[in-house]
Design a binder for this molecule. Structure first.
Ligand code: HEM
Length: 319
């Protein structure tokens, strides 16, 4: 129900919805595959990776798992493939035909999966020996990936329509109004109960908050949201209390859940609108870290590959 309210604003809704569903399935499958792959390497290699460096050559797995070993080298190549996927996100902004494929939001999902997996794949490739150029590249990559988590949070706060162009403030207000109208006609909760569940700072107060304080307030708002919704479920009565762990999970009551879904959407939208200005400013600043560091790391990674290839894969002391 909740998604239909917002979706009604977009033309070609059901086709867009189907595409979105297909994308969600592909993302889930990619995430599960990445997890299983990394878990398999971790389980298989654990007894090798925990060995002190001087004892590794005596391990039966040394020829396989050392960076230039049969598996180790393939992990390095796979890590490089992941980097290509990661950088496709940036490339699609400058290569028109790439930009026409899919939406930015969809590409971002794969950027995140590849970006989270790559440092782990590379750590396995390096067999946790981070020295020289490759070591510096690894730490920069890790910093970029960790900064990505912050960026991903900010990215989610800047509302985008289904075709991934940022929504205008007018569209956001329209969506907010639509949700508010729906809440007016429901009869499960009183106006006062909904007002409390939707409580947010006034626009005047929000505009006076500094950029970092605004991000902190949004985080607190997001963390408090499940508890606000739990309270609403409990007020909605029925079996909400017991079945849903005090209201933290679905109550099973369709009507209550529909309204909780709308309230959650409306509250999230209000928060984004209130702090949009600050979020955009911090996100802009965040790019100043994520982007140049990722290019610096790419340069070092290329240098590492050139050096290693120049020496013949097994030729480096650290390998
Ligand atoms: C090795 C890891 C990673 C590298 C090399 C990398 C590199 C990049 C590059 C080159 C861009 C494009 C910057 C631009 O065009 O302005 C970008 C954007 C971005 N990345 Fe990453 N990234 C990595 C990991 C991650 C991770 C793990 C996340 C999230 C958990 C993430 C989230 C983002 C976000 C939110 C953007 C901004 C999107 C936008 O403004 O349109 N990145 N990254």
């Amino acid at each position: 129900m909740s998604s239909t309210i917002l979706g009604a604003a977009a033309p070609g809704r059901s086709r867009a919805k189907q595409k979105e569903l297909g994308h969600r399935i592909r993302v889930k499958m990619a995430a599960i595959a990445a997890f299983l792959f990394l878990a398999a390497i971790a389980i298989y290699g654990a007894d090798y990776y925990i060995l002190p460096l001087d004892q590794r050559p005596y391990s039966a797995k040394h020829e396989l798992l050392r960076p230039s070993g049969t598996i180790g080298l393939k992990l390095g190549i796979f890590g490089t493939v992941l980097f290509f996927i990661i950088f496709l996100y940036a490339l699609r902004k400058v290569i028109p035909w790439l930009g026409r494929m899919g939406t930015a939001r969809h590409w971002m999902d794969f950027h995140v999966i590849a970006g989270m997996s790559a440092p782990i794949v590379i750590a396995f490739h390096a067999s946790f020996k981070f020295q020289g150029i490759a070591g510096v590249a690894f730490w920069i990559m890790l910093a970029v990936a960790l900064s990505g988590i912050v960026g991903r949070y900010l990215y989610a706060q800047i509302p985008r329509s289904l075709n991934a162009a940022e929504m205008s403030l007018g569209e956001l207000h329209d969506n907010e109004r639509m949700l508010a109208e729906f809440l007016l006609v429901q009869s499960v909760f009183t106006e006062e109960q909904l007002r409390k569940a939707l409580k947010a700072p006034s626009p005047e107060r929000a505009s006076r908050v500094g950029a970092l304080a605004a991000i902190a307030q949004m985080l607190v708002f997001d963390l408090a949201m499940p508890f606000r919704m739990a309270k609403l479920r409990r007020l909605g009565g029925g079996s909400a209390g017991l079945r849903s762990l005090g209201g933290l999970f679905s109550s099973g009551n369709r009507e209550v859940e529909d309204i909780v879904g709308i309230v959650r959407q409306k509250a999230a939208l209000t928060k984004r609108v209130l702090f949009l200005d600050q979020t955009q400013r911090v996100f802009h600043l965040w790019h100043v870290i994520h982007r140049p560091f990722s290019y610096a790391f790419a340069l070092l990674a290329i240098l590492h590959i050139v050096v290693v290839m120049g020496l013949g894969f097994g030729g480096m002391g650290m390998h």
